[in-house]
Design a protein around this ligand. Structure first.
Ligand SMILES: Cc1ncc(COP(=O)(O)O)c(C=O)c1O
Length: 401
């Protein structure tokens, strides 16, 4: 009889906890329950019409064939222009690549550079996928814990202490998922000063939330410290800035040797990102970001609505985030409380489970991001739905003893 046997590498990876929560929410919804998902990292706004139209036009014009693996020359030019215009980073066509999301580019960068046992510094709280990607590439994640008292930002001394001769990469993510922390120019400079002293370390700047900020300026490491540019991969994408998560377009700029390697991996796995999405991406990158101001205003209102609710719930605390569209809520005050069914809440996972069971609201426990004791609430959902979710959260928490 056939026996299912998976490769050993599958032991090194778990399904993404955020995708798991979304699957759970979908299953409950399919079973007829009214569940609100505040666990998903995406904006509810439709992709702007001029961008969607560019995709439709591409289909109608027959742009439905293979393109160059790293993206069409036209898209590469839009990426080059974006980096130059918005980040002061000058790349040539051999130094940029487009892929199926920032996720693919980060994954491929690790696959292309890590040997067994190489270390990758990941500040916690981190995006859930980083450690698993490092494991799949046979690397070792070296987590550096950041603290709420430091605004959740990696401190230069902590970075310095984590670097060893085996360190291959440090992953920096600002604005941060899940905390919303946005590093200032000085805060990035303090980190790049440390990195300048360690010439064997590569820098991966995950700038995917660049455009979602509340009054903070944006800086990326290669811009703040041009001397690091030859060993920095600056990763960005359209998912969050343009509400295009489903279109799957990310892009990166970096040294040619690394971009070449990403291209080789892509050529033997997924080839070019969707030609239709590439056409939409050109319209997005060339079309300006004026509409984002309106989005930020609406997101700020939603953020405040949830913060107000949290303020009314004894046992929860949350600082004002600087960017992204998440609240990272301290839920340690809920530990030891009893649910109406008699079960005790012992940790952040128990609390998130209670919210799903009792309030039918999906959130993600902080442990999934390397920060036990917290809960991530993604508030980029429809205003009315969010209002309903807040009411449900308040009611469910009021039932805890
Ligand atoms: C920090 C971070 N990086 C990268 C990604 C992946 O984005 P993409 O949709 O471009 O693959 C996400 C998505 O949630 C993210 O939160």
């Amino acid at each position: 009889m056939f026996q299912a046997v998976l490769a050993q590498r599958m032991r090194r990876v778990r399904p993404s906890p955020t995708a798991e929560i979304s699957d759970k929410v979908r299953a409950l919804t399919a079973a007829g329950q009214s569940v609100i998902n505040l666990g998903e990292g995406e904006l509810d706004f439709p992709t702007p019409a001029h961008i969607a139209q560019a995709g439709i036009d591409a289909i109608n014009a027959g742009e439905t064939k293979y393109t160059a693996v790293p993206g069409s020359a036209r898209l590469k030019q839009s990426i080059i222009d974006k980096f130059s215009r918005e980040n002061g980073l000058i790349y040539n066509a051999g130094e940029v690549i487009a892929g199926a999301g920032a996720k693919q580019l980060i994954f491929n960068a690790l696959m292309a550079t890590l040997n067994a046992g190489d270390e990758v510094i990941v500040p916690a709280p981190y995006w859930v996928s980083y450690p698993d990607m490092v494991s799949l590439a046979e690397g070792e994640t070296r987590i550096v814990q950041c603290h709420e008292s430091d605004g959740w930002k990696l401190q230069p001394q902590a970075l310095e202490a984590a670097i060893t001769p085996r360190t291959r990469w440090v992953l920096l993510n600002s604005p941060n998922n899940p905390t919303g922390a946005v590093y200032s120019e000085d805060e990035i400079k303090a980190l790049t000063d440390v990195l300048l002293r360690h010439e064997h370390v590569l820098v991966l700047a995950d700038d995917i939330y660049e455009h979602t900020r509340y009054g903070r300026a944006f800086f990326t490491p290669a811009q703040v410290e041009p001397l690091l540019r030859p060993r920095t991969l600056t990763v960005n994408g359209l998912s969050k800035a343009f509400s295009m998560t489903g279109w799957r377009i990310g892009y990166a700029g970096g040294p040619k040797w690394l971009i070449d390697a990403l291209q080789v991996l892509q050529s033997q796995s997924t080839s070019n990102p969707s030609s239709i999405s590439q056409a939409a991406a050109i319209a997005a990158l060339d079309g300006g970001t004026a509409f984002i101001e309106d989005w930020i205003g609406r997101l700020a209102e939603r953020r405040d609505q949830v913060l107000d609710s949290i303020g009314r719930i004894a046992g929860l605390e949350c600082a004002m985030p600087e960017g992204a569209f998440y609240l990272f809520v301290n839920c340690q005050g809920m530990y030891g409380k009893q649910r109406p069914d008699g079960k005790l809440i012992a940790d952040d996972f128990d609390f998130a489970s209670y919210l799903l069971d009792a309030a039918k609201v999906g959130t993600v426990h902080g442990s999934a991001f390397g920060a036990p004791g917290y809960l991530r609430i993604a508030y980029a959902v429809d205003d009315q739905v969010l209002g309903d979710a807040c009411q449900r959260l308040e009611q469910a928490c009021a039932q805890l003893k």
